[in-house]
Design a protein around this ligand. Sequence first.
Ligand SMILES: [Fe+2]
Length: 247
Amino acid sequence: MDTGVTTENGLIGEFVREFVGVVPTELLASINAAIEAARHEWQPPDGRRASATARQFADALRLHDAFSAMEAQVCAAARLWVGQTLAREATDAPVHVLRCVGPHMAAQSYLRHFDSHVLTVLIPLQRAPDGEQNGDLIVHVRRNEPLAPLMHLFSKTWLFFEHGLPFGLRRAIVNSGFGMRHCRRIRCEPGNAYVFNGFVTLHHNLHVADGERRSLIIHHYDAGLEARLRTMVRAVRHFRDRLAGYS
Ligand SMILES: [Fe+2]
C-alpha cells in the first residue's frame, strides 16, 4: 500500500490535500482541554459529539487567518466542482462533526464509505499512538462516478451491508488484497488540515488499538444525490403505476 499525500495544486478531487500548520498550537491545546473537561458528561458509543460543540471549535479556528484562507480556498474550488459536475449552485451550510474514537469502538473502524457531501475538511486534534492500528485515514483510489446515481445506489447498498458485518469479517474484507493495493494511508498530523472530495473518494479509518483519535470534520455542500435517487424512485413508481393502469 502506498503512503503519503498528494501535493498537487489541482482542483479538489485528487485524493487528499494537506495544509500544513493552519491550526495554531495553542488553539489545538485548548480544544483538547475542552474535550477532556467534558469527557464524563457524554460518551456516545460511536464517539460522535454534539455538532454545536464541533461548530464552536470550527468557529474558533475560523478566527485565524491561515485556517480561514485555507477554508475559503477549498470551498471556492468545491463550489466550482459542484457547478461544473453536478450543474447546480452550492449554497448549503456546512455540517460539523467531532469524533473521539478509542479501542472500545471497533464498530467505528473499517467502515468504507463515500460522504454525501462534496468537500470534507478533516482537522486532526489528537493522534492515537503510532502502530499498525492507530486509526489512520485510508483513502481508496477507486472513485465514485458523480453522475451515476444507480452505481452510487449499488455501492451504498453493498457498503450498508458491509457495515453490518462483525468487526473481524469487515476488517478481513476491507484488508483483502485487491482493496488495499489501491489505497493511500494518510498520516494525519494535528496542526494540519486534510481536504478531499469525500463524495467521489471511498475512505475509511483503521481501528484504534490504543489511546484516542480525535478529529473535527467539516462537511461542505451536500451533493444532493440521495434526493435525486428519491426522485428517480418516484419516477419509476409512477411509470410502473401508469403501466398497470392506475393513473
Ligand atoms: Fe467520511
